[in-house]
Design a protein around this ligand. Sequence first.
Ligand code: NAD
Length: 248
Amino acid sequence: MDKVAIVTGAGGGLGSVIARELAADGFQVVLADRDEAAAEAAAAAIPGSPVVAPADLTDAEDVRRLVDEVARRFGRLDVVVNSAGIERVHPLESMSEADWDTTMDVNVKGPMLLCRAVVPLWREQRSGSVVNISSRAWLGGSANTAYASSKAALVGLTVSMAVELGPLGVRANAVAPSFVRTLFNRQRTDITDQERMIERYTAFTPLRRLVEPIDVANAVVFLASERARNITGEVLHVCAGAQLPPIP
Ligand SMILES: NC(=O)c1ccc[n+]([C@@H]2O[C@H](COP(=O)([O-])OP(=O)(O)OC[C@H]3O[C@@H](n4cnc5c(N)ncnc54)[C@H](O)[C@@H]3O)[C@@H](O)[C@H]2O)c1
């Protein structure tokens, strides 16, 4: 029986590549996204029989249905990748409570709801692994207080789960990418601004390179695999060095 992985946000720029690469590594993948068309498009690029599961990951009922369906169809769940995420860019002074709450709901509550629903399966299996897609922004960012806070909270969730679920044989790690060219960043910039931002950002990284979706997917596939069987509670920065403080 293939090992089974749920990838949330699998219709997105990173989630779609993560799902594809997990499938290439032998996983039966379940592509969960509230944007069904995007998840279908991502699934169409994956050989085998990927499953599309439309779900709003902030809705506990949707999450419960998703996990029940996976348990019914496959009888197991080896890996959860929480890639669904949003960013609302506002300086603190003009941050609305609604933007704060929505960011926290999608980026932190969603992963918590999904992992909470999967624990009974993992307890039965005595194995499992979660990879949470945090962000370099968890170390701080400008005008994205809610996003940075949510991604830091996701690291907190990751390390807490590593400690709590470790005795069940469950590992929890996070991958923290820096800027990647996906539609994600179009939420805050038009295409010209995005290219300008990429130029500035790349010049700031020690490797002077832009991170690509495949770089993030490679890190996820490694952490999800048996090769990482004794790695838990880690944050793997995929940032071309952008997580390091610049030399003054
Ligand atoms: N792209 C970057 O520069 C970058 C950098 C660092 C971290 N990240 C993180 O990587 C993850 C993926 O980013 P991406 O570039 O693929 O973004 P994306 O916008 O391309 O994809 C995000 C996907 O999440 C889905 N989604 C959002 N809210 C959802 C919900 N409530 N329920 C179900 N699905 C939902 C969207 O429909 C979308 O398909 C995010 O968590 C993001 O914070 C991205």
